[in-house]
Design a binder for this molecule. Sequence first.
Ligand code: ZN
Length: 291
Amino acid sequence: MLKKSNVLHGPLTSEELSEAERFWIQFEQEKFFSEEFKSLKDSKIENESPLYNYIPYLDENRLIRLGGRLEFCNLSINEKHPLILPKNSWLTTLIVRREHNKVMHGGTASTLAQVRSNYWIPKGRQLVKKVIRNCFICRKYLAEPIDQLTSPLPSDRINQTPAFSVCGLDFALDLSTSITSESCKYPILFYLLAELPEHIHLELVSDMTTNSFLLAFRRFLARRVKNPETHPELKVGDVLIEENTKNKLLWKLGKIERTLPERDNKTRCYELKTSGRLLKRTVQHLYPLEL
Ligand SMILES: [Zn+2]
């Protein structure tokens, strides 16, 4: 039993840590390389030994070290003749973990290089890979997002339709305003989904209000969209709003009395009844009443 006066207090010193490591490495080497330990005391090694190719020898602390041809090199003893660690020892796994942390969770190559600066592990690459595979921090960093099949393309993007039948739009505030006048300074882009440069229709609006947008949208429809199929189907009897001024609330209500189909049996013009009068309007000037 240790007497109380012999017990040391305070943090462990580097000498104590080195001594403990030396003790446990020797303990594991004797456990896993018991035959080699016996024969190396006589500076011999059996041909059948798994350590035969490493030309091992026992140093002054009775630790098995790697031989080799670097004896007269200026490197440290651990670099010239690293300690041989058994691959299946738990101590070896702990040492590889420590070296892996030292290289800030580096990959297999950097961890293995760090390990080999002091130790030699037969088939060490496999062990290093296993340690990294089980490292929680590395698993977090190497985690991949779940792969999911992309959804099928919508029919609008894969079927042939007339130009501008299907399009997107956006306000383009970052375009230079030097080309615009005072009253129209917000360019608005209508673009095809293909987004080729020649497939862009540019409209200018004076501000970013709904009314300005609707006017620009109608100008765009009048210029580009010739196919009435892109509009909701209008039928006789539908109540519509007839455009007159910017303010939608001031627009007159109308009722479709008659459709006026053209030669291709498509209707682009309607006869409307509004306030006792009959009017003819093209489809671009008609809005379904949103009820
Ligand atoms: Zn790691």
